[in-house]
Each structure stands twice: as structure tokens, then as C-alpha cells.
Write a protein that binds this ligand. Structure first.
Ligand code: ATP
Ligand code: MG
Length: 319
């Protein structure tokens, strides 16, 4: 952490959620929001909130949707100096409704919002120039301009002796092919730490067993892989052959969105603060679980004290 903040690059959004489950947005329904959102924003908010030094390169509109995000990130201790404000485009948004089976319908305005205008501004260069770690969100890899910033950040942060992590966090159809697939492959080759969840482990590596997937990631240079398993907890693996597992906390899942991003934010922050692997994994597991107990994608992000209390008060699921 002493080398400088953890930095991420990508979309900031508001999320507006349906209060009822059902099929899409084809009739008037009750909505709640706006809530601060965007995978990189959720990640960096949790990273800062738990006490890590953290900042984000992003772009919002000159509107309330942008302001609630910037104010939340600032309140939680993130560096917001490299969040540009577009005078012309609105802040990105996502309307979300869960269907009965747990899948989701979305109405997005991201690519043609301020989120599509993230660029390598002077403020972004300054933040990246001070950074000690880069966290790459798969969601950001599909935007060409963001890729340019990431390549710049990789070069600068590596040059400073900093580290890099990647959360695949994207639809499996995108991981394998085309420009996004190539960018993702390059990130796997240069990342110190990979944080896949579920299917991502296999689609990212083209393997079918966990053992083969881990071997593949380690052969490409990762030092650590952390597998997120939703309500089954998580596992840590190192290239040196160490392993640690955590059983999930027994919580009522109110809103699963953002669990993986909070998990990652807590993981990177605690790791960079020098905590031992098992402690890092415990905080990350708690951060993901606490976040699913609140409505809104980053409403459950916890401070270290809140997560300590959560861990003391919450039983674990039987493994
Ligand atoms: P996202 O949907 O945000 O992309 P993800 O698929 O990347 O999430 P998950 O595995 O769903 O990641 O969640 C990350 C972590 O959060 C899990 O490994 C676990 O520690 C915790 N977690 C998530 N859901 C639950 C749950 N229902 N109960 C307990 N813990 C949970
Ligand atoms: Mg995820």
C-alpha cells in the first residue's frame, strides 16, 4: 500500500431497480433508486471503505446521478480527482429487474453515456503516476478508449514496481473471442492476481476442471488465484501450492449485485495492507456476504469495523 493507491478504470453508473420480480419493463412498475453503481466503482468504494488507499479513472455527467456517485466515493475515502465530468453526456444508468428464476432483465445506457467518454486526462495520468496497484474489471475491456488507458496504466504501474489484478467479470461469450478476448488474454498474461467466479475460471482458461484451470493461470504468471463461489464461499490458491478455503456466511440474499466487486475490493485492500492470506480471505468473504444483505449494488460495502462486527455476529454456512 505504501507504493501508492489501488487504481481502477471504468464505468460509473446509477442503478434503478424494480421492487418486484417479473418480466422486464413492459408496463409501469415500482422502481427504487438511483443507487451508486458500476463494477469498478463498487470495487473501489469497498477498497477505500475498508481502509485501502484507492482511486478511480472514470467519467460522469453533470447531473445528480453523477453527483451521488462522486459524493459516495469521496465520503468513503476514494480519490475522486480523476473522475471527469462531461458537460454534454448524462451519467450512465442501468435499470434492473429480477425475473422469478433469479436471472435479470436490463435497460442500459452505458456506451452512449458519460461512461463511454472515459479518457486519459491529465488528472488520470497524475493518479496513475502515483498508483501502486492496477485492478482491471472485465466489464471495461470492451471499451477501446479504456483499453488505451489500461495499457498506459500497466506500463506506468509496472515501471514503478506495482502489481496488477484482474476480475474477468464478464459474459462468457466475450471472454474467448475478438478484441475483448485478446485484451483479456493479455491481462491474464500480466496479472499477479486473478479473481474469477463460477464459470469464468473455465471460460477464461478453456479448461474443464479447477485443477487444470489453476495450472493454466499459474503457468501464465499469476502468483495468486482467488475463486469466488457465491453462497459456497471462496478459495485462495498460490503458485507456490498454498490453499485456503472459507465457508460462506449464512445471510439472507436481498440483492446479489456487487458481491464479487465488494469481495475484490476488500481482498485487494487487505492484501496490500499486508494481512496474511487467511485474514484477507475472511474480510473479502465478509464484504461479499454483507453486501448481498442490502438493496443496492454498493450499499452493503463495509468499513473494517463493520466487517469485524459482521464476522462476529454472522454464522457460517455448513461447508
Ligand atoms: P457479481 O455478481 O457481483 O459479479 P461474482 O459472481 O463475481 O459476483 P460471487 O461469487 O457471486 O461473485 O460473490 C463473491 C463472494 O461474495 C463470494 O465468494 C462469497 O464470499 C460472497 N457471497 C456472494 N453471495 C453470497 C451469499 N448468497 N451468501 C454468502 N456469501 C455470499
Ligand atoms: Mg463478478
Amino acid at each position: 500500500d505504501s507504493l501508492g493507491p489501488t487504481v481502477t478504470v471504468g464505468e460509473i453508473l446509477v442503478e434503478i431497480m424494480a421492487r418486484t420480480r417479473g418480466e422486464g419493463f413492459l408496463e409501469p412498475i415500482d422502481l427504487t433508486g438511483p443507487y451508486p453503481s458500476g463494477a469498478p466503482a463498487i470495487f473501489i468504494d469497498q477498497c477505500a471503505r475498508i481502509g485501502g488507499s484507492a482511486g478511480i479513472v472514470a467519467c460522469v455527467g453533470n447531473d445528480d446521478f453523477g453527483r451521488i456517485n462522486v459524493e459516495r466515493l469521496r465520503r468513503d475515502g476514494a480519490d475522486v480527482s480523476a473522475i471527469a465530468v462531461s458537460p454534454d453526456y448524462p451519467t450512465g444508468s442501468a435499470f434492473v429487474r429480477y425475473r422469478g428464476d433469479g436471472s435479470r432483465d436490463f435497460v442500459y445506457n452505458i456506451a452512449k453515456s458519460a461512461s463511454g467518454l472515459v479518457s486519459l486526462t491529465r488528472e488520470a495520468k497524475t493518479l496513475i503516476g502515483r498508483a501502486g496497484h492496477l485492478h482491471v474489471m472485465g466489464t471495461a475491456l470492451s471499451i477501446a478508449e479504456i483499453w488505451t488507458i489500461l495499457e498506459y496504466a500497466v506500463e506506468v504501474i509496472r515501471g514503478r514496481g506495482g502489481s496488477i489484478s484482474v476480475d474477468p467479470n464478464m459474459r462468457k461469450e466475450l471472454l474467448g473471442e475478438g478484441a475483448v478476448g485478446e485484451r483479456f488474454a493479455r491481462m491474464l498474461d500480466i496479472s499477479d492476481l486473478v479473481l474469477p467466479s463460477g464459470e469464468e475460471l473455465f471460460t477464461a482458461t478453456g479448461t474443464t476442471t479447477e485443477q487444470d484451470a489453476l495450472a493454466s493461470l499459474f503457468s501464465r504468471g499469476a502468483g495468486e488465484v482467488v475463486v469466488k463461489r457465491g453462497a459456497q464461499g471462496a478459495s485462495f490458491f498460490s503458485a507456490a501450492g498454498e490453499r485456503a478455503d472459507v465457508a460462506a456466511f449464512a445471510v439472507e440474499e436481498v440483492d446479489p449485485t456487487g458481491a464479487g466487486d465488494c469481495f475484490g475490493g476488500a481482498y485487494i485492500a487487505c492484501r496490500r495492507l499486508g494481512m496474511p492470506p487467511q485474514t484477507v480471505l475472511d474480510y473479502a468473504n465478509a464484504a461479499g456476504a454483507r453486501n448481498v444483505t442490502r438493496l443496492g449494488p454498493m450499499e452493503g460495502a463495509g468499513t473494517r469495523a463493520e466487517l469485524d462486527r459482521f464476522m462476529a455476529d454472522t454464522p457460517r454456512r455448513p461447508a
